[in-house]
Design a protein around this ligand. Structure first.
Ligand code: FAD
Length: 618
């Protein structure tokens, strides 16, 4: 969606006055691990409900493909409305065309059109456009109104132009060329900004003016950035920060206070209803300001912004616009799900049903993309577990919140797991490596903080789901126990507990029919058909199985091919780890269980497993 439309929507709600909204700028990191870490951060910051995020462009096109790639991931996988920066200095038209075409295909509808800084050696730009205005005209000519276009502005002037009236005039030219919104350079002088806005309005600039806000994290960075951007620092900032400049903690506290006061004044000026944060790829300093301004809660409780449409993150890629259903297996691996289904020309909506997915794409991700960690980081995070016990300890540490990810889980354990976490820990202690789960829910308000999703005034439901990886002998006993349990419950033709268990070769044991589709999450909302966004079914489970075994084998490869980083004492463990991985591929089975009685307590499934009297691993 276009930023100007989103802003209009957010500020014309029924609550008066609507709360100020906000957005976050991120720059392109230098390493691929940095990119993965940034995605995790962007993913977390999604929960703050920014109106949009934007990704910078390296002038001249260095790392341009990474900007495009990040825009694609932010839109498609993270569901974040994204604005792509694009500079024209030293950029040939072909490169600009390529960047715009990739942005277009990603479903990106917002471009911040910039000139970029000229080459540092003082040479002339070899680009096809001289000023940002020329780029705007070109985008409009080529794409009509497809893109919302933003432009940069400098309330304290641009270093290359001393005459203020000329700077204002050039900005007006950019607006007349087709810009839809303005984002300013960072500043701390509120009075100057307010009088600058008045001047802009006077010369007929009507579009939204979005102030660029730079949080203060350390004194040195604060002074350096202000100097580099050639902006004034008001005396009261210096008076408050200079005496505490050596204490980063105090600087951030005081800086938060000062910048929050400044934001409050901007909002009260009447020129501003949206704040744009230069996050510098960090989270804390920006979040502290938002909390101080009380904006996070205000936005969440506001009618028109926020509220998750579905229990999983909806993609903003145009081809996925109707997607309303996903298998539960990739619940904690959205990157690989989006990647493996990227070529589908139709996404299932409603029940999986007739429009059953075409084949899942091959897992053509490289090891570090698949594990989402560089070899070095994978080793730092998970070490070299030499036994099932050591591996289960890693999973337990993840479940307790001490570890932030697992090879098969992209992010931290969710709050929704807390209800059953003690039982999950017990299963891991007994050699069942838990991979995914959800507790049962019966009629929970859709507005409830942890489990709620979908439109307001609805109710959501879940069947208990449990997925784990364990030795085939345990599976044989467990499935027999479940069959007995189902038989004792009466009608054997529709099992109360359904299961799928599969080994590496694809030998499947199940009590479900081939084309069964089991909705394990659903919601009932006023005036709408029942939504069933998460399912369990055979075809996708088999595709997921391939990924799980592949994850183990890539993990092994990553560690064994990266011996330089592995400490000597861990090297001894490495061959045990390899042996364990071989055992996994020969003797271990991936299994999932669904308790279809969603009114039943969560303990039924666990009690059936405890009934097997499995030994706690030593
Ligand atoms: P322009 O508007 O083209 O202005 C450039 C200079 O030319 C100014 O001095 C202006 O006064 C002058 N000028 C404009 N039109 C005329 C004219 N018709 N005749 C004579 N002079 C004229 N840089 C990056 O490399 N990557 C980024 O991602 C990036 N993001 C940014 C985001 C924001 C919000 C801001 C404020 C800046 C960003 N920059 C980025 C920096 C920006 O590229 C530089 O400040 C650059 O020097 C100016 O870009 P511009 O788009 O404002 O250029």
């Amino acid at each position: 969606m276009k930023i100007s439309e989103k802003l209009h929507q957010a500020h014309s709600g029924s609550t008066r006055p609507p709360p100020a909204t906000f957005s976050f700028e991120f720059f392109v990191p230098k390493t691929s691990q940095g990119v993965q870490n940034l995605y995790d951060r962007m993913d977390r910051m999604y929960d703050l409900n920014p109106i949009f995020i934007d990704i910078t462009w390296n002038a001249g096109g260095r790392s341009s493909s990474l900007t495009n790639e990040m825009v694609y991931t932010a839109q498609s996988t993270l569901g974040l409305e994204t604005c792509m920066h694009l500079t024209c200095t030293n950029m040939k038209i072909e490169l600009i065309d390529e960047a715009l075409s990739k942005a277009y295909k990603s479903g990106c509808q917002n471009i911040l059109a910039l000139r970029g800084d000229p080459p540092l050696d003082g040479s002339e730009s070899t680009g096809d456009f001289k000023y940002a205005k020329d780029l705007i005209l070109y985008i409009r000519k080529k794409y009509g109104n497809h893109f919302n276009i933003g432009v940069a502005a400098y309330p304290e002037g641009h270093p290359e132009e001393e005459d203020e009236s000329k700077t204002l005039h050039y900005l007006k030219e950019k607006c007349d060329a087709g810009a839809n919104f303005i984002i300013t350079q960072m500043f701390y002088d509120v009075d100057n900004f307010i009088s600058w806005c008045a001047k802009l309005r006077k010369i007929g600039v009507e579009i939204p003016i979005i102030p660029g806000i730079m949080p203060i994290s350390t004194y040195a960075a604060f002074i350096r950035r202000a100097k580099w951007s050639e902006i004034k620092i008001p005396p009261h900032f210096l008076e408050a920060l200079e005496p505490i400049k050596d204490d980063d903690f105090l600087v951030r506290e005081k800086g938060t206070e000062l910048v929050s006061e400044m934001c409050q004044q901007l909002i009260e000026s009447g020129y501003v209803n949206h704040l744009h944060f230069y996050t510098m790829n960090l989270e804390k300093a920006t979040v502290m300001i938002l909390e101080k301004l009380n904006l996070v809660e205000a936005i969440k409780s506001h009618d028109l912004v926020g509220g998750t449409e579905l229990p999983w993150r909806k993609s903003l890629h145009p081809e996925r616009s109707k997607e309303s259903i996903r298998p539960i297996f990739w619940q904690n691996r959205k990157y690989s799900y989006v990647s493996r289904t990227a070529t589908w020309d139709e996404f299932p909506n409603g029940r999986w049903g007739d429009s059953r997915s075409p084949a899942f794409g091959d897992i053509d991700l490289c090891a570090s993309e698949l594990l989402r960690q560089s070899p070095k980081r994978a080793y730092e995070l998970w070490g070299t577990p030499g036994s099932l016990k050591e591996l289960s300890d890693i999973v337990i540490s993840y479940l307790k919140g001490d570890l932030k990810s697992l090879p098969w889980s992209d992010g931290s354990v969710g709050d929704d797991t807390k209800v059953i976490v003690d039982d999950l820990v017990e299963l891991n202690k007994r050699g069942l490596l838990t991979m995914n789960s959800q507790p049962a829910l019966n009629s929970i308000k859709s507005s409830e903080k942890i489990f709620g999703w979908g439109p307001k005034n609805g109710y959501v439901y879940q069947k208990q789901y449990l997925e784990f990886f364990c030795h085939k002998d345990i599976i044989v006993k467990l499935l027999q126990t479940i069959d007995d349990y189902n038989n004792n419950q009466g009608d054997a033709s529709s099992a109360i507990i359904s299961y799928y268990a599969v080994d590496l070769k694809g030998n499947l044991t199940t009590n479900c029919n081939d084309d069964d589709i089991n909705a394990v999450t659903w919601g009932v909302f006023p005036g709408e058909e029942i939504l069933q966004p998460t399912i369990v079914e055979k075809t996708s489970f088999l595709a997921w199985k391939d990924e799980v075994y592949r994850l183990f084998s890539e993990w092994r490869k990553v560690l064994t091919s990266n011996l330089a980083d592995v400490k000597d004492e861990d090297k001894k463990n490495l061959h045990k780890f390899e042996k364990l991985m071989t055992e996994f591929s020969e003797d271990y089975v991936l299994c999932n269980l669904v308790n279809n009685d969603f009114i039943d307590s969560n303990s039924t499934l666990f009690n059936l497993i405890y009934g097997l009297d499995l030994q706690v691993l030593e």
